[in-house]
Design a protein around this ligand. Structure first.
Ligand code: BF8
Length: 680
């Protein structure tokens, strides 16, 4: 065709699609707000998910962009049975190497996020120990003593007459602060909390050579090993990401949880509510989103002060309504009963109500688009952390500092109050909200299942042995806009409790369960199998126990350890009828959590996608071979019902191995009975 006769092809931009609210979420409040956003012309993540499809090669985990000769893309085009896999990048890196490097880097990302959060808490703890902060105090001295012992800090001293006396609490606090902070970068030794694992698990780690040296080092070493031209053996790469994952679960996350409990109080069950319907039209609505409770603790105290409530009233509001999103929401919920406004996927929607006077964010899981959404409304969006700022010009940055924490918090609350009068759009808050009981933990499970008379995990173990409770599941993790909001969470959890599996939850799964009303004791009679229903009814607990935020997955590790200690269910976590799940995961933190579950001996199933599907040999290593080393392994299942049944099948496999798969008379066991069982 001659040049002059060529027709000019003008590409018109494709019309943007919008999400179908019902297909996007199973939650009515969310559906209403997606529709509302579309009416107002405000784009949300649900619409973006319609317009941008994920990269097929990235999803498989086989795109390498670790040097500038690439990205080298190695999609899986034939099955392993069709002959040798000859795919390689420019440097010769195989699909296994590339997928293992990408997987390890996800662990590094996740472990660094949890661990840096932990470090920040440890620094605040140090400021308290040095008496540099007047705003924070030690709220749980009992937990301080327990943590001191776990870190090898003496809590008693010998007196001149040779007797034992209590050591000065300030000295203990300072030494705990020093030792805890050193866990991130000490030059020699090993992670102190590794010894909190059951002895056989510690021995497995020792034999495999994966005990972390310090938290930071294991994360840095992943980045080194996955640099171009370093580690080219997927098994060796997994060994390193195992060290980093253990350093997260049993290190950064566990220290974050412990130090937060000491500073802000160990959670005990509280009643509250969940979903966007907790916002109030006639109140100043202050939504707090992110992960670190260091700031939110102060915001709760400031917002509840008479000074601030009076100020809000003077501005025409009836009061101040706090609401939490993501894990900061879980932190405020479990210690103060602050209601939860929503999960990860509802952050934009909280602003679209038109009633969010300020949204305060700290770190992690904060979508940059909330700044664009906030521009459409009167909402003040406030970033508070030096490592998490936003480029948009409507974002206000108030850097939070533990040395003048309360002043910073009051400044933020005042800003929300003063913005109440500026509401522009018509307010539309969905009415949906559900009652929830949250705030469970290692300590409160001990109390609830045993009471003051027999406070321990024996009751739980006895009920697992006699079959009322079939097993334990840890169901955790995010929302993912590539799948229907909350549906995976709810279907998996309901199927588990229907089959008498008690569920421990954290993170956005906990929020999803709360929104669905699964966190109340009354739920047991409706959704549980007869055995679990009977236990829940007797002790007055929900069948789904909310243990807090994502760093609080460390509580699940310690609860599993307590089950081992109570006897009768084997000698290691891998012997217990337990399984893990993240039905709607999306973040790197979920991969790190999954990997520390697996390497603690827990069979762990993920939904949506799995980032190694393009490297079947490497995937088989994660899905099958790891079991021989640690007793736990990964798995993947999109269908929520099949997902739950894979977990139940694993639980049944463990029951069979323990010899508790047959119906038994329901008897109250003592330790001697349990010891006999262990010999089966
Ligand atoms: O740390 S579950 S979406 S909020 S990453 Fe984020 Fe995932 Fe929610 Fe908490 Ni956890």
């Amino acid at each position: 065709m001659a040049e002059e006769t060529k027709e000019k092809v003008v590409k018109t931009p494709k019309e943007k699609k919008v999400a179908d609210p019902v297909a996007a979420s199973m939650d009515l409040a969310t559906q209403i707000m997606i529709k509302r956003a579309q009416e107002l012309g405000v784009e949300t993540i649900f619409d973006r998910a319609e317009n941008m499809k994920p990269c097929n090669i990235g999803v498989q985990g086989t795109c390498c962009k670790n040097c500038s000769m690439g990205p080298c893309r190695l999609p899986l085009t034939k099955s392993v049975e069709d002959g040798p896999d000859e795919r390689k990048g420019l440097c010769g890196a195989t699909a296994n190497t590339i997928a293992a490097r990408n997987f390890a880097r996800m662990v590094a990302g996740g472990a660094s996020a949890h661990s840096d959060h932990g470090r920040c808490v440890a620094e605040v703890f140090m400021a308290v120990a040095r008496k540099e902060s007047n705003d924070y105090k030690i709220k749980d001295p009992q937990k301080l003593l327990a943590v001191a012992e776990a870190l090898g800090v003496a809590i008693t001293v010998k007196t001149d007459d040779g007797k034992e006396a209590d050591r000065n609490i300030d000295e203990i606090t300072l030494e705990v602060a020093e030792i805890a902070l050193a866990e991130w970068g000490k030059p020699e030794g090993e992670l102190l909390y590794a010894k909190r694992a059951p002895q056989p698990l510690y021995e497995k780690w020792k034999k495999a050579g994966v005990i972390p040296r310090n938290i930071d080092r294991e994360i840095v070493e992943i980045m080194h090993r996955t640099h171009m031209g370093v580690d080219q053996d997927y098994k060796n790469i997994v060994k390193q990401c195992t060290r980093a994952a253990i350093a997260d679960g049993w290190g950064g996350s566990m220290l974050a949880t412990d130090l937060q409990d000491i500073l802000f109080g160990t959670p005990y069950p509280v009643q509250s509510e969940a979903n966007l319907g907790i916002m109030k039209e006639d109140h100043v609505n202050l939504i707090i989103h992110g992960h670190e409770p260091v700031l939110s603790e102060m915001l709760v105290a400031a917002a509840q002060s008479k000074e601030m409530i009076d100020y809000a009233k003077s501005m025409g509001a009836k009061g101040i309504q706090l609401g939490g999103i993501c894990c900061t929401g879980n932190e405020m919920l479990q210690r103060h009963g602050v209601p939860t406004a929503g999960t990860f996927l509802q952050q934009e929607l909280a602003i679209i109500t038109g009633a969010c006077d300020a949204m305060v964010v700290d770190i992690q899981c904060i979508m940059q688009n909330i700044a664009n959404v906030a521009k459409c409304f009167h909402t003040k969006l406030i970033t508070t952390h030096p490592i998490a700022r936003m480029e948009q010009d409507n974002v206000i940055h108030i850097e939070f500092d533990e040395h003048h924490a309360m002043d910073d918090a009051k400044r933020i609350v005042r800003m929300a109050i003063e913005n109440f009068k500026n509401r522009r759009a018509e307010v539309m808050i969905p009415r949906q909200k559900a009652t929830q009981i949250a705030g469970f933990g290692v300590e409160s499970i001990k109390y609830h299942l045993g009471g003051t008379f027999r406070g321990d995990y024996y009751t739980l173990n006895d009920n697992i042995i006699n079959g009322r409770i079939r097993g334990i599941a840890g169901v955790v993790g995010c929302n993912n806009a590539r799948t229907r909001h909350n549906e995976g969470h709810i279907l998996v959890v309901k199927e588990l409790i229907k089959n008498d599996v008690i569920v421990l939850t954290t993170g956005c799964n906990g929020i999803a369960c709360a929104m669905e009303g699964l966190l109340t004791p009354e739920t047991a009679a409706v959704y549980c199998g007869p055995g679990l229903a009977e236990v829940c009814e007797t002790v007055g607990i929900p069948p789904v126990l909310h243990l807090g935020s994502c760093v609080d997955n460390s509580r699940i590790l310690l609860a599993a350890t307590e089950v081992v200690k109570a006897g009768g269910l084997g000698k290691d976590i891998s012997d217990i009828p337990v399984a893990g799940s993240a039905p709607e995961w999306m973040s790197e933190k979920a991969i790190s959590i999954g990997h520390y579950f697996v390497t603690a001996g827990v069979y762990t199933v993920f939904g949506v996608t799995f980032p190694t599907s393009g490297a079947p040999v490497f995937e088989k290593y994660l899905f099958e071979d790891l079991e021989k080393i640690y007793g736990g392994m990964w798995d993947f299942e999109i269908d929520p019902i099949k997902h739950a049944h894979k977990m139940i099948a694993h639980i049944d496999k463990k029951r069979k191995a323990l010899g508790i798969d047959k119906a038994r008379d329901r008897v109250l066991m003592d330790m001697a009975d349990r010891m006999k069982l262990e010999a089966v």
